[in-house]
Structures are given as structure tokens and as C-alpha cells.
Design a binder for this molecule. Structure first.
Ligand code: JCF
Length: 674
């Protein structure tokens, strides 16, 4: 039986009512009806939808239960990069932050800051199109994340349909998904009673839950979200203050932390921090500090963005938590470039809810500085995600029998001599790529997330493959066969095939990732990107001498020397040749954002262009990190005026914005390599 107009209206009405109550309950924490009444509305809607399945829509509140498992998440390239935050640890860092901002802005006046608790969860991006939730993604490396739409749809504080009207037609909202403490504790108690593995803390639990391929499992665990900013905005405008944007988000049904406040000047930021410290224990979620943001979006744009962190925001982190324990032993690990790192083996101790049994000691100088001996009682510190460290020795508790810590003379992995060159802190194994530990670490680096991102090739597996003698270098990965893999312990045919498929997929990469993956000493992600932009291919890079290398941004004499040295080694060239031989290739185009040269800027294209299309111009600007908007406002950084530009040009002139022509645009795009 087809649904009558009356039924359609009834379904519509029920959905609106349920959405409103859902919002009152999950977002505002202020329900107006009882749970039983809510359940009744929900049941009514479900039974109508069962009777008239053609009325079921993606945004119906009944559609949050999860769906059949995916085999993998697909990747999402963020249209505007997802940034991270610079950290402040002490009051002086906050004062300095404010000082930097005021001197950059040349302002004598106090700056208004929006302050909020910093949620210890997982950063997530939500994309709404015409008010409908169409995509949820993880932050990933900030440029590329994973598509977790099915999982975010199960989170009740995330609206499937925005409320009210006036929202931009495309709106990307960002925030933090977290595990409420009470739900976390209950889940771990249940896991414990069943003998299942427990999660270390709510953040890990939230991350694990969001990465479930089976969204029905995600639906069972009650995650929540607070929104803290917007990314992409198209087809509409938002307010000009960060705090006002948050209010707009709240009106549209998105959940915003009620403790957000705007203050004037650094002293009030510090006050805010102290106030939140006092409330920390009483919150229903974990936080690891507070965030201060310049409230005025126009000022944010003036201040701009460094590679990954905005200049206009800072996280004031709570002090690390400390514990006291005994140093049982020190072992020496060999890194990717042969650097020998001493690692402390500790008597297990609980710090901030997490058991610690290892800590990094960085290098021999650090051991000297601490005056550390085996058998000592030590203070260990853990801050959020970072590796725990030893901060001091409790000398009063030093036992009569302690042992000196000495740098071994030979590499614990390959037996080659260990050398400590003049002027270098690190001692190094001289075994080079014949050292199994260096092989293992360089292959791990090659497969890691910011490099070739080979799914399923974890640390353990690399170790197994190297130990079994199946691979010596990254190129060998591409010769592995199913027959070899299934012989490994704990490797089912299905996982073997998944790995081979992941390897095949990894062959299509980008030049910056490839250069980074080579693991050249001193060449991090951002230097790799500069090298890729400068050379456009590996051929020129291989031949570059130190003088040429030094003309590239970020490359000084030391880095130039390391790069040059790397490409002088026959063994490295052989690996690169094999990789190319196995079909590794990189797209120069289509790599998403290739540089953050225009990050934080908003551009508007108007009028008609002659030598390139609007879409092409837009894509090239976006590759440089710019946002391209359809409308001119005070927030616009620059307007490109083509032929017969009309009202937008007039408005730009009225507002005194920067206006350039097509030729200037092309010069700029070429200059930045887009
Ligand atoms: O609550 C957070 N963990 C949080 C993270 C809050 C923010 O306002 C953030 C953030 C990461 C980056 N803002 C940025 C720009």
C-alpha cells in the first residue's frame, strides 16, 4: 500500500520531534520528555517505516544502528588541511604566545581569545551538504584521513540533519570524538569480567571504536562529540568571530562545549586555565589542557599558519603526571640511521592510569646529565601520547650496589663497531644497511603512515620478514609472494593476500611521500615536500650537488650534506632503481595539497578567465592550501578579477580588498609550483 500524504506528514512530524528531543538530550543535556515517552515516539516511527519502507531516508533517526562491515576504509583528502596545535606548558609560554601575536599585529590593545577545554579524544571532520551529514573522516596526517562515515552516523550527539536553516550549503565541521568516562569504565569492567583485553584509556578506546570496520559495534559503544571549529565553508557565510561561529553551530544542532568562554588578554587566559584545572576532576570526559584561539577570524587570517599549526591558537597542556619506580636495566636500540638509543627498563608503575615499564633515555649525554645508574630509584613522567621519560634520580634512595651504564662497543644487532663522531650526540652503529636493526627500521619507516602508508605492514611483521631473511630493504617488499607469506607464523592466506594488495596499492604514491620514505637523515616530511616541489622528479635530486641543494628552502649545509651523501651510496641507488623497476610511480598532479603557501587564505574568483578554466584555477589554488569561496566578504584575502567581473569586484573594491588579474594569478601559481 502506498503511503498517503497523511502518513508522509506523520513520518516527517515524528522525525522532527525525535530530532528535537535527541538534540535536547544529547546535545543540550536538558531533556524535556521522559525516556519512556521518547521510546514511544521512536517505536511509532520505526513501525511506520517498517510498513512503508519507501519512506526510510538516510537522515531518519532510526538509521543510526550501523551497517554490515566494510573490508577497509577509503581515504579522504581534506579540502582544507586539518591543523594541529602548538603547545604551552607553563604560564610564561602563554604570555609569550600573546606577545608574539600582538607584535605581529602591531597592536597595543588586548586581544580577545576564545577559550575551551581541550578534549582528549580523536579529531574528526564532518561534512554537511544541504544540511545532511554526507561524510565523516578522521584527521589522519592532516591532509588525508579515513572515511568513517558509517561510524560517525552512530554517534547520537552528531546530527544526521542540521536543525533550523541558514547554514552554508557545504559545511565542514570539526571536533573531537571522545569516550565518556562512565561508559568507558563500564566497558572495561565488562571486558575484564569476560577476560577480554581492556583499553588503556578513553582516548585509545575512542580511536579503536572509530576504526571499527563493523559500525554495528561502534553503535553499541556510546561515543560523543564536541565541535570546535569549521573547515570548508561554501555557499553561505559564517560569523566573523570564532565564538559566534560556535554559537551558530549550536543553533544548527551541533554539540559545542558549554565551558567555551571569550576573554580579553593573556592574564584572563591564565585565569581560565586555572578555573578549568579546578573543574577537571568533575568533568564527565577527559581533557588534557585548554585551547586559546584569537577570536576574530580576520585577525586569524592576518596571523596565518605555520606548516601544521596556526599562529593564532595554542594548547595550554596540563603538567605531565609523575610516578616513582626503579631502573632495572638499560638496553640499547638501533634506529633507522644506526643511532644507538638507550632505553630504560623499569619496574612497572602506574602513572595517570597507564602502566609504564619502559622510558626513553635519548642518548648517553642524557644519562650523564641525570647521573643515572642501574638500580637507582627514578621519577618518571608521562604526558599524553608521548613516550615516558625519566626526569630525575632520587639520590637519597640510591642502593649500595649500583651499576654504571656504559655504551656498548659493538652493535647489539649486528656486532659492527659503534662510533661516536666528534660533535655528534648520537653514537652510531657502523654496519649501515647490512645491520638487521637498521634494515628493519628503514623498512618500517618506508611503510609508515606519512611515507608509503602500507596498510597491514606493522612493526612486528617487518621484524618477522627481516628475521626470516625474506627482505633486506624496502624494494624487497615488492618481491614477496603469497607462498612465502603464508609460511610465517600467524599469517592466514587472507591476511597474506591483503598485504600483497596493500603493497600493490602503495605503488601509486606521491613524490613528497616517496622522498620522505627513503629515510634520508634530516629529511622529514616538510623537507621532502620542498625537495619534491623543487625537482619535480627524483632524477634531478639524485644528481644535485650540495651547493644546489642549499638553494632550496629549509635546506642548510648539514642537510645538504646528508642528502648528497645518501645519493652517493650505490646501495641506496640500487634500492631506488628496483623500486622504480617494480612499478612504483608518483603523481605530480592530484596530490591534494602540495604546499601550505596559501593556507588560511580565502580567495574568490570572479569574471571569466582566458587561459585556464575556473575549476582549474580553483583546484590549483586549493593545492596551495587556499580556500576558494563563492562570495566576497571582509574575510576574503584576495579577489581574482577576470573579464567582465561584476558585483563581486565592486564589493571587493568597497571593502578595500586585494584584487589581482589573471596574469598575476598565473605568475603566482607558477611561482609556488601549483
Ligand atoms: O579539544 C581539542 N582536542 C581541540 C583540538 C580543540 C581545538 O579547538 C583544536 C584542536 C586541534 C586543532 N583546534 C585546532 C585548530
Amino acid at each position: 500500500m502506498a503511503a498517503s500524504k497523511k502518513i508522509i506528514a506523520e513520518v516527517e512530524q515524528l522525525r522532527n520531534e525525535i530530532n528535537q528531543h535527541n538534540y535536547r538530550y544529547h546535545t543540550q543535556d536538558d531533556p524535556v520528555i521522559s525516556d519512556a515517552e521518547f521510546d514511544r515516539l521512536f517505536r511509532d516511527l520505526k513501525s511506520l517505516e517498517a510498513k512503508y519502507p519507501e519512506l526510510i531516508s538516510d537522515v531518519s533517526p532510526t538509521q543510526r544502528v550501523g551497517a554490515a562491515p566494510l573490508s577497509a576504509f577509503s581515504q579522504v583528502v581534506h579540502e582544507a588541511p586539518m591543523l594541529s596545535l602548538d603547545n604551552a606548558f607553563v604560564e610564561a609560554d602563554v604570555l609569550e604566545f600573546d606577545h608574539r601575536i600582538r607584535s605581529r599585529l602591531q597592536s597595543d590593545e588586548e586581544v580577545a581569545y576564545a577559550c575551551e577545554p581541550k578534549i582528549d579524544g580523536v579529531a574528526v571532520s564532518l561534512l554537511y551538504e544541504d544540511g545532511k551529514l554526507v561524510r565523516g573522516a578522521t584527521r589522519g596526517d592532516g591532509t588525508t584521513g579515513e572515511d568513517i562515515t558509517r561510524n560517525v552516523r552512530t554517534i547520537e550527539s552528531i546530527p544526521l540533519q542540521l536543525l533550523g536553516k541558514g547554514y552554508p550549503s557545504r559545511l565542514e565541521v570539526r571536533g573531537e570524538v571522545y569516550f565518556p568516562i562512565s561508559a568507558f569504565t563500564k566497558m572495561n569492567q565488562r571486558a575484564q569480567s569476560r577476560g577480554d583485553k581492556e583499553f588503556a584509556n578513553p582516548r585509545n578506546a575512542a580511536a579503536g571504536t572509530l576504526r571499527q570496520l563493523d559500525s554495528r559495534l561502534t553503535a553499541q559503544r556510546k561515543l560523543a562529540m564536541f565541535c570546535y571549529s569549521v573547515g570548508l565553508v561554501e555557499g553561505g557565510e559564517l560569523a566573523e568571530k570564532h565564538s559566534e561561529i560556535l554559537q551558530e553551530l549550536a543553533i544548527w544542532g551541533l554539540r559545542v562545549n558549554p565551558l567555551v568562554e571569550t576573554v580579553l588578554g593573556a592574564a584572563q587566559c591564565v585565569q581560565y586555565y586555572k578555573g578549568i584545572c579546578e573543574r577537571r576532576e568533575s568533568l564527565t570526559y577527559e581533557i588534557d589542557g585548554v585551547v586559546f584561539k584569537v577570536d576574530d577570524i580576520g585577525l586569524q587570517q592576518k596571523l596565518g599558519i605555520l606548516t601544521r599549526t596556526p599562529r593564532w591558537a595554542i594548547a595550554h597542556k596540563f603538567p605531565a603526571e609523575e610516578g616513582i619506580t626503579r631502573l632495572n636495566d638499560v638496553e640499547f636500540q638501533v634506529g633507522r640511521t644506526g643511532a644507538i638509543t638507550p632505553v630504560a627498563r623499569l619496574a612497572p608503575v602506574k602513572v595517570g592510569g597507564v602502566t609504564i615499564s619502559n622510558a626513553t633515555l635519548h642518548n648517553m649525554d642524557e644519562i650523564d646529565r641525570l647521573g643515572l645508574m642501574i638500580g637507582d630509584t627514578v621519577i618518571v613522567q608521562r604526558a599524553g601520547d608521548v613516550i615516558p621519560k625519566i626526569v630525575s634520580v632520587v639520590l637519597e634512595k640510591r642502593p649500595s650496589k649500583t651499576t654504571n651504564i656504559e655504551l656498548p662497543q659493538t652493535c647489539p644487532a649486528c656486532g659492527s663497531e659503534i662510533l661516536r663522531s666528534e660533535g655528534e650526540v648520537a653514537a652510531r652503529c657502523t654496519g649501515g644497511l647490512s645491520c638487521a636493526a637498521q634494515q628493519r627500521e628503514s623498512i618500517r619507516h618506508f611503510a609508515s603512515r606519512l611515507a608509503l602508508d602500507i596498510e597491514g605492514l606493522g612493526d612486528k611483521l617487518v621484524e618477522q620478514l627481516v628475521d626470516e631473511g625474506l627482505i633486506d630493504n624496502a624494494a624487497d617488499l615488492y618481491q614477496l609472494t603469497e607462498a612465502q607469506l603464508v609460511k610465517l607464523e600467524r599469517m592466514a592466506p587472507k591476511s597474506a593476500n591483503n598485504l600483497l594488495e596493500a603493497l600493490e596499492n602503495s605503488k601509486e604514491t606521491t613524490l613528497p611521500r616517496f622522498i620522505y620514505a627513503l629515510g634520508i637523515q634530516e629529511v622529514g616530511e616538510s623537507t621532502a615536500r620542498s625537495l619534491a616541489m623543487h625537482f619535480g622528479d627524483v632524477a634531478g635530486l639524485l644528481e644535485a650537488d650540495e651547493a644546489l641543494l642549499q638553494t632550496i628552502p629549509d635546506v642548510g649545509p648539514i642537510v645538504a650534506n646528508k642528502i648528497h651523501h645518501f645519493f652517493q651510496q650505490e646501495s641506496n641507488l640500487a634500492v631506488i632503481d628496483s623500486l622504480i623497476g617494480f612499478g612504483l610511480r608518483w603523481k605530480v598532479e592530484d596530490t591534494g595539497i602540495i604546499a601550505n603557501s596559501l593556507a588560511g587564505e580565502t580567495w574568490v574568483l570572479t569574471g571569466s578567465l582566458n587561459s585556464l578554466t575556473r575549476n582549474e584555477a580553483k583546484a590549483r589554488l586549493q593545492k596551495l592550501g587556499a580556500k576558494v569561496s563563492g562570495s566576497v566578504s571582509r574575510k576574503t584575502t584576495c579577489v581574482v578579477a577576470g573579464d567582465a567581473a561584476g558585483s563581486k569586484l565592486v564589493k571587493a573594491q568597497e571593502l578595500g580588498l586585494k584584487i589581482i588579474g589573471e596574469d598575476e594569478l598565473i605568475t603566482l601559481l607558477e611561482e609556488y609550483g601549483a
